[in-house]
Design a protein around this ligand. Structure first.
Ligand code: NAP
Ligand code: HSE
Length: 442
């Protein structure tokens, strides 16, 4: 029998528990998949060694100091499942320096410190595998890195955060409140330790940064990815969107464009978007994720599956372990082809989203009095934005001081022009709360 692949789990919470369960329950299956090389858990590092665990870990394996794992010669792979960017970075860099391969599900860490981590991995000749870091159980990293390698990717549109998709689905279909839906997502193990990252678009932006690195060779700084979360979406927006034939989804998008003789550019952003009910991405429910990838040769391709939660995410982590055991991951995740080296000139430049053309949904709370609608239309006309439809229902009892919601759908304009118009609308005296607007994908 071949020498077992020794694994140290650093972090045994939601995802780590799933990994420990798979390694113990499916040991024979995994040995079969590796052609006879067992994958054996050697160490489990946690914050609190006395906490009861859902998975059975022999007490002798548990410790709280990660150097117990990184200095153990029987450990070949360190699986980082702590989360965050401080201690996790230390664990990953220590593991690499000790010559261990790394598997991580930590997109925040890769987005912030990917270049430093892959530089270290190059130096020490180890692989850093991260299939679980984007879209949980959906194998999107291998797809981009290998299966689509004949293509230049021209666009990516993804539902990349399970928690926010779960919240939006629960609000739209179950009439649940935002707060209750978030609590349920936390209970089900979908949310980050700090759920702000899920709902403010940061987690999706971290994942988009990782995908953009592979697809476009760019290393976005946090400010390069504009982000808007789901907190501004009210139940009435979901109702109005539905009335117009649309579903609201939090999308992470990358749009590449050739800019004449200059370098190609890519615009990266995360924001709520109105999608037609019939759009495939509109039908992705709950904690599922989906990614539409457009390649210049293949055309449009779509990948869908569970994007968060214990077992789907652990499935991707263990897939990386199997690939390390047989030597495949060392090629798939070779730093030289997957992550730009410091100072390497990217093929694409990151461009602001101002020039991206879109239709827009604009929802206002307005005073129900003469001239308000005319003033709003003037602000749009000043930016040469044409209105496609308007909804204003009769004022109902309960609307304070004769205010009503006013919804305007526009024809196409540049994002920058629309933002200028929306800022002008926000200053009108007939508008009683800041304008809410989302792009509309037709
Ligand atoms: P979690 O449930 O909060 O678990 C974190 C684990 O890390 C716990 O076992 C904790 O120990 C341990 N830990 C925290 N600080 C530590 C320290 N200083 N030293 C040693 N151990 C420490 O997190 P999770 O949901 O499993 O997420 C882990 C990673 O996977 C994150 O990067 C997350 O973004 C990513 N991810 C999660 C999901 C998901 O659906 N949950 C999906 C994809 C990716 P104790 O148990 O003793 O507290
Ligand atoms: N918190 C993340 C989500 C976990 O909800 O998508 C998966 O990365």
């Amino acid at each position: 029998m071949s020498e077992p692949l020794g694994v140290a789990l650093v972090g045994c919470g939601t995802v780590g528990t799933g990994v420990a369960k798979i390694l113990s329950r499916h040991a024979d299956r995994l040995t079969g998949r590796t052609g006879g090389r067992p994958i054996v858990l050697r160490r489990v590092i946690v914050r609190d060694a006395d906490k009861p665990r859902e998975c059975e870990v022999p007490p002798g394996l548990i410790a709280t100091d990660h150097t117990v794992a990184t200095s153990d010669p029987a450990v070949h792979v360190v699986v980082e499942l702590i989360g965050g960017t401080t201690h996790a970075k230390r664990v990953v860099l220590d593991a690499i320096a000790a010559g261990k391969h790394v598997v991580t599900a930590n997109k925040a860490l890769l987005a912030a410190h990917g270049t430093e981590i892959f530089t270290a991995a190059r130096k020490h000749g180890v692989a850093v595998c991260f299939e679980a870091a984007v879209a949980g159980g959906v194998p999107i990293i291998r797809t981009l890195a290998e299966s689509l390698s004949a293509n230049q990717i021209t666009a990516i549109q993804g539902i990349l955060n399970g928690t926010s998709n779960f919240i939006l689905t629960s609000m739209a279909e179950g009439g649940m409140s935002y707060d209750d839906a978030l609590k349920e997502a936390q209970r089900l193990g979908y949310a980050e330790a700090d759920p702000t990252l899920d709902v403010d678009g940061s987690d999706a932006a971290h994942k988009l940064a990782v995908l953009a690195q592979i697809a476009f060779g760019v290393t976005p700084k946090p400010t390069d990815i504009e982000r808007q979360g789901i907190a501004g979406i009210q139940a009435m927006d979901i109702r109005f969107a539905d009335e117009l034939g649309y579903t609201i989804k939090l999308l992470a998008e990358a749009w590449a464009s050739e800019s004449g003789p200059g370098p190609s550019t890519v615009a990266l952003h995360v924001a709520p978007v109105l999608l037609r009910h019939t759009d495939m991405l509109a039908q992705v429910r709950g904690a599922y994720n989906a990614i539409l990838v457009v390649g210049d040769i293949v055309g449009e391709t779509l990948y869908q599956g569970p994007g968060a939660g214990m077992m789907p995410t652990a499935s991707s982590v263990v897939g990386d372990l199997v690939d390390l055991a047989v030597g495949r991951a060392q090629h798939t995740f070779a730093a030289a082809k997957l992550w730009s080296a410091p100072g390497e000139r990217p093929a694409f430049q990151i461009a602001p989203s101002e020039k991206v053309r879109s239709r827009f949904y604009l929802r206002l709370i307005v005073k129900d009095e003469p001239g308000t609608l005319a003033d709003v239309c003037r602000c749009l006309a000043d930016q040469e934005i044409s209105i496609s439809s308007v909804i204003q229902h009769e004022a109902q009892d309960g609307h304070p001081e004769k205010t009503v919601p006013l919804v305007i759908m526009t024809h196409y304009s540049e994002t920058g022009q629309f933002r200028t118009a929306a800022a002008a609308v926000g200053k009108l005296t007939g508008i009683v709360s800041p304008p809410v607007f989302f792009s509309v994908d037709d």
